[in-house]
Design a protein around this ligand. Structure first.
Ligand SMILES: [Zn+2]
Length: 336
């Protein structure tokens, strides 16, 4: 019963997104660099209708499907873009930058299937049932990366495969491998399902008990109001606080292994985190996100230990024959 209530809340509000947050959906469509975002209202409406039918027929399980997670991620992406505008894709160099980011992310994601997800250091507690689910995890439409205009150093991962990287974070990186490290880390949050963990916690027991929800639901109907609040709350939480420390360690661990699996230098994860650390030192006072985020020092140490352990076999490729190509490509694409 609880599941059905929650599911109905979810699917109705997914359709509500196109009714209530036009700005968010438009921003999302504009920022969808993969070009695969399809007539939001229609598609979301169809999925909502199908899911409601499933609820009525008792077919809905406890688990969100990859498709549902994708639409949740789109909603959250819309909310992120309301706060931080996506970079306009209005020139060939811009298009090339976005293609570059998306090709890199798609490649790392494909290669990361060889990373043993059960062997990531055990930072996040999971039941056997959750591990089972984790081992079957796949993305509905792959991973896609968008750029945010901001010069602050930021990167976000939403459920369902969306990664948002700020211009500031790109500028911070001094090589393709460091930029790949940001993508691999964010991919870790997605693959290890950290967003949905938070989302499940955030939506539990919130059907009727909030004042904001009650006010909104007078106008829009209860389930619609509930979803708008859920996605908005989730996005706020992601923007203000990020993921928790254990989730950060797990994403670093997965990301370092994914980097090595894709032929990048795994040490780039530590180098990237050292740049974040330096940036934080000079910006802590005026950056709300950073002041809520875990200290990179312990993360850097864990990544270095991980690479040092010969059991993990995380060496930079011998002689690294691709390095020159990567360096040249990075400089060309970003005009450095
Ligand atoms: Zn993270």
């Amino acid at each position: 019963m609880k599941t059905n209530k929650r599911m109905i809340a979810l699917v109705l509000a997914l359709s509500a997104l196109s009714l209530t947050s036009c700005a968010a959906v438009q921003a999302l469509a504009r920022g969808d660099v993969g070009g695969a975002i399809i007539e939001a209202g229609k598609t979301v409406g169809e999925i909502a209708a199908a899911a409601i039918e499933d609820c009525a027929n008792g077919k809905v399980s406890q688990e969100y499907t990859a498709e549902q997670e994708y639409y949740i991620g789109r909603g959250v992406s819309g909310a992120i873009m309301v706060r931080y505008p996506a970079t306009e894709v209005n020139s060939d160099p811009r298009r090339r930058q976005l293609a570059y980011l998306n090709q890199m992310a798609g490649y790392i994601e494909a290669m990361s299937y060889s990373v043993d997800r059960r062997n990531l250091g055990g930072y996040v507690d999971r039941s056997e049932e959750e591990w089972e689910r984790q081992s079957r995890f796949g993305l509905y439409k792959g991973v896609r990366v968008g750029l945010l205009e901001s010069n602050e150093v930021m990167a976000y991962a939403t459920p369902g495969g969306f990664i948002w990287i700020s211009q500031g974070a790109v500028n911070m990186c001094q090589s393709e491998d460091e930029l790949a490290a940001i993508i691999a880390h964010e991919l870790g949050h997605i693959v290890m399902n950290h967003g949905m963990d938070a989302y499940r916690k955030a939506t539990e027991g919130k059907i009727t008990d909030s004042k904001a929800f009650q006010a909104f639901s007078k106008e829009m109907g209860p389930v619609v109001g509930n979803f708008a609040e859920m996605v908005g709350g989730f996005a706020d939480n992601l923007i203000e606080s990020g993921y928790n420390k254990d989730q950060e360690y797990e994403a670093d661990n997965f990301g370092t292994r994914a980097l090595a699996a894709a032929g990048y230098d795994p040490n780039a994860m530590a180098r990237m985190l050292e740049r974040v650390e330096a940036y934080e030192k000079s910006h802590k006072d005026d950056d709300k996100f950073l002041s809520n985020h875990p200290d990179p020092k312990s993360r850097i140490e864990k990544v270095k230990d991980l690479i040092k352990n010969p059991k993990n076999n995380l060496k930079a490729p011998a002689g690294d024959p691709g390095r020159t190509t990567r360096e040249k490509r990075f400089r060309e694409v970003w005009g450095r």
